[in-house]
Write a protein of this length. Structure first.
Length: 358
């Protein structure tokens, strides 16, 4: 072995429940990267893999769909939203939306838009909630609300039904607004709902979506998918301006082809969802544990007694969601096994049963 060879530096048997981003790349995705290697392909998206990706995604989202691969989800959201708005435009979203809470103001600072946030109990907007901030058109003193952004699945692990997305799109369009869908976990949503990807996107009236991949087995890479060409302007220029244009784009596109060109997206998401359902079932009824959201995909939200989360994190990493209430989030990934889940559930049980009765 040469001195420059890479060796494994981590425990490959370790599983955390903090994020599906913790998982590695799916073997089929790694194989796709290797298959796309070798020889030369034209850079910056003029390669045969990016051309093939267009065909693959048209199969999911319809003939009008056009995909623009990018490096990550924040980049997809920034480029997509920026292309939908003038400089004075604003986006109505939930207060828990990823574009508001976890992207370090990139949509506002980089895209130059305004976020108008609305509190929701379950992470989901409704036509009525949209109206809380959808007003003031023509008022030069107010950023103009011109886009509604929803997340599928939401940051609280809930999922919009097809009818709920359609109602939002119909309402937004009636107000002259466009609809953006942050689909970081879009595969988990489709698996949960048991419907094709286009059912709650193209067919429901969504104009632009951020197509997720990293949380479902990609090494890196997402895509902006334009479903309504009339809803955007200048994406090719904005992608470069926002530093999301990959020179060796074939390796992003090849991964997305591996995921969406077969049933890998559905297999992986279905498994992650099943592991979350298994975890929820295993901890149901434990003393001191309360579920705070429905488990619709691969996230479980609970509150725990004081000190329990910190003790569990000595062996299993996961995040606090609301430290003030003891709410935590447990995420399951495509590569988790029933044994992984059962081991974590057993640790939860031991800690909760050790809590003195009040």
């Amino acid at each position: 072995m040469s001195e420059n060879s890479v060796t494994t530096l981590h425990d490959t048997g370790y599983r955390g429940f903090a994020s599906d981003n913790y998982a590695g790349a799916h073997p089929e995705v790694l194989a796709a990267i290797a298959a796309a290697n070798g020889g030369h392909q034209i850079a910056y998206g003029e390669d045969v893999y990016t051309a093939r990706l267009q065909e693959v995604l048209k199969g999911h989202f319809g003939d009008a769909a056009e995909a623009f691969p990018v490096f990550n989800g924040t980049g997809a959201n920034v480029v997509g939203l920026q292309s939908m708005l003038p400089r004075w435009g604003a986006v109505v979203c939930s207060t828990t939306a990823h574009i508001h809470t976890d992207e370090n103001a990139a949509p506002e600072r980089v895209a130059g838009l305004k976020l108008l946030t609305v509190p929701t109990p379950d992470g989901k907007l409704t036509p009525e909630l949209i109206d809380v901030e959808a007003w003031g058109w023509g008022d030069e003193h107010r950023a103009q609300p011109l886009v509604v952004s929803i997340t599928q699945t939401t940051e609280l692990g809930t999922a919009y039904t097809v009818d709920e997305v359609a109602a939002i799109a119909d309402h937004a369009h009636s107000l002259g607004m466009r609809v953006h869908l942050d689909g970081s976990r879009i595969s988990n949503a489709a698996a949960s709902l048991g419907v094709p990807l286009r059912a709650f996107t193209t067919d429901a009236g969504v104009d632009v979506l951020s197509l997720g991949g990293t949380k479902n087995g990609l090494l890196y890479g997402e895509a902006v998918v334009v479903l309504n060409p009339a809803a955007v302007d200048g994406i090719p220029f904005l992608r470069k301006l926002d530093m999301q244009l990959a020179s060796k784009m074939r390796f992003v596109s090849a991964q997305l082809i591996a995921l969406y060109g077969s049933d890998l997206w559905l297999r992986s998401a279905t498994h992650a969802n099943a592991m979350a359902a298994r975890l929820r079932s295993a901890v149901t009824g434990l003393p001191g544990l309360t579920f705070t959201q429905d488990t619709r995909a691969n996230a479980v939200f609970v509150t725990l007694p004081a000190g329990v989360a910190d003790r569990l994190r000595e062996s299993f990493r996961f995040y606090d969601w609301n430290p003030a209430t003891g709410e935590v989030r447990w995420m399951c990934a495509f590569d988790m096994t029933p044994d992984d889940v059962d081991a974590f559930a057993a640790a939860v049980r031991r800690e909760l049963e050790a809590v003195p009765a009040v």
